[in-house]
Design a protein around this ligand. Structure first.
Ligand code: NIG
Ligand code: FE
Length: 427
């Protein structure tokens, strides 16, 4: 039986609160306990509170973890990534530095289709090895759960291969991974003249196989007039719903209010990106109870000028989420601390709002809000000890990944190798 206590925390940020995603002023209420401590049993939080209360109940068998004055947070839930792919696109990164745009590179056959060519050739084992290496990048920032989309296969065999890799990654019990089928990420080379034919293939051929093998919980579509328009997105998403999958939508990244309105009409779980969404799109999302997933690192990396209007969304009562969008093209970062920095500096969120968006709200967007995203008795003991003095430092000192030790279900899954003493038992 795993029985441990975490003590000597300058503060424990619990995110305790109502059993639902947080909205409006609630996003600033993060439930920080000064000199807090946590008791974990069998992978779950047994109790949480002031150090004096927690240490009173310790037994000789309790392993005591010294947080060395660090700040403890729930593991981040990164609700939008494309973490399984082969190759890189450093060449495109260099072209963009010289002025080429993401859309120009995509129209040239680069972009998503370049990664598709590499990923189709890679074996399942090579993809898993690469994903495993990247898992350490997420953990270093304090992330314990990622949503991962397929979408770099774009044929049945390759899409299923990616989804199996996501399942295998999750099975390693290090970083939790939730799979989303994104067959409609781009029109593959062989269907350039027949995009509707590809939509049919996704809806009628791929989706039933994904559902049959239970390889994904969600389905996503890159909904853009120039990629998959409203009609095509609807077809895929309705097919996904009839197979029992939840819905997410890449919406309004490059043009206004196509994706957000489809997401609202279908009452999707999330609409992601939303850089171009207008007041009408925000109102529709609010009426339908869709959670916005904001991805400021992709705006930053694409040298974009326009970030999503997080303040208007919070004011409209939307349960905002922030995520990395980790992928080899538009957002090559796995760092949630970097995303927190961008959320505060570029979207005007407060550090508390950004942390709420990266933990409990993100967990609810993945249907896991009762299991993770806050540190409350009964929930999974997924947490990170961050090397900082104040939770605001996570967003304030930017460009550093602060996690010193990361725990998943009460097991240490990451220790920063320069500082192994963080896990030293105290007694
Ligand atoms: O969320 N916009 C579509 N999909 C990704 C980019 C994927 C890629 O460039 O490889 C995104 O930004
Ligand atoms: Fe994305």
């Amino acid at each position: 039986m795993n029985d441990l206590a975490v003590v000597n925390c300058r503060e424990v940020v619990t995110l305790a609160g109502p059993a639902r995603a947080r909205v409006g002023g609630e996003m600033r209420e993060i439930g920080a306990i000064a000199d807090g401590a946590i008791r974990v049993r069998d992978g779950r939080i047994a109790s949480i509170g002031r150090r004096a209360e927690i240490v009173r109940g310790l037994s000789l068998d309790t392993e005591v973890i010294d947080a060395q004055g660090g700040v403890v947070l729930p593991g981040f839930v990164d609700a939008h990534t494309h973490a399984v792919f082969a190759g890189t696109r450093a060449d495109e990164f260099e072209r963009r530095a010289l002025g080429a745009t993401y859309e120009e590179i995509a129209a040239d056959g680069g972009g998503i289709r370049a990664t598709v060519r590499c990923t189709r050739e890679a074996s399942e084992k090579d993809l898993l090895d690469a994903a495993r290496r990247r898992a350490a990048w997420f953990l270093a920032g304090g992330t314990t759960t990622i949503e991962v989309k397929s979408g770099y296969g774009l044929d049945a065999g390759s899409e299923l291969k990616i989804l199996r890799v996501i399942r295998a990654l999750n099975g390693e019990r290090r970083l939790r991974a939730v799979a989303t089928f994104l067959g409609a990420h781009e029109v593959p080379d062989e269907y350039r003249e027949d995009p509707d034919g590809y939509v049919e293939e996704v809806a009628d051929e791929m989706l039933p196989q994904v559902a049959e093998e239970q390889l994904a919980e969600y389905c996503d579509v890159f909904c853009e007039p120039k990629v998959f328009g409203a009609e095509q997105a609807r077809k895929v998403l309705l097919a996904a719903r009839s197979c029992g999958l939840g819905l997410r939508v890449h919406a309004d990244q490059f043009s206004a209010d196509t994706g957000s309105l489809v997401a609202a009409e279908l009452r999707a779980a999330t609409a992601d990106h939303l850089e171009r969404t207008t007041a009408a799109g925000i109102a529709a999302l609010a009426r339908a109870g869709v959670q916005p997933v904001l991805l400021p690192a992709s705006v930053y990396a694409l040298r974009g000028a326009r970030y999503a209007d997080a303040r208007a969304m919070i004011e409209a009562g939307l349960a905002v989420v922030v995520a990395t969008d980790f992928n080899p093209g538009s957002s090559p970062t796995a760092s949630m601390p970097m995303v927190l920095s961008l959320a505060c500096t570029q979207m005007g969120m407060t550090p508390a709002e950004a942390i709420t968006a990266a933990t409990i709200n993100a967990a609810y967007s993945l249907g896991r809000g009762r299991e993770m995203g806050s540190l409350e008795a009964g929930k999974a003991a997924d947490f990170a000890i961050h090397d900082c003095a104040d939770y605001r430092d996570l967003a304030y000192f930017f460009g550093r990944d602060t996690a010193r030790a990361v725990y998943r279900a009460g097991e240490c899954v990451y220790l920063r190798d320069t500082d192994r003493s963080a896990n030293r038992p105290l007694y």
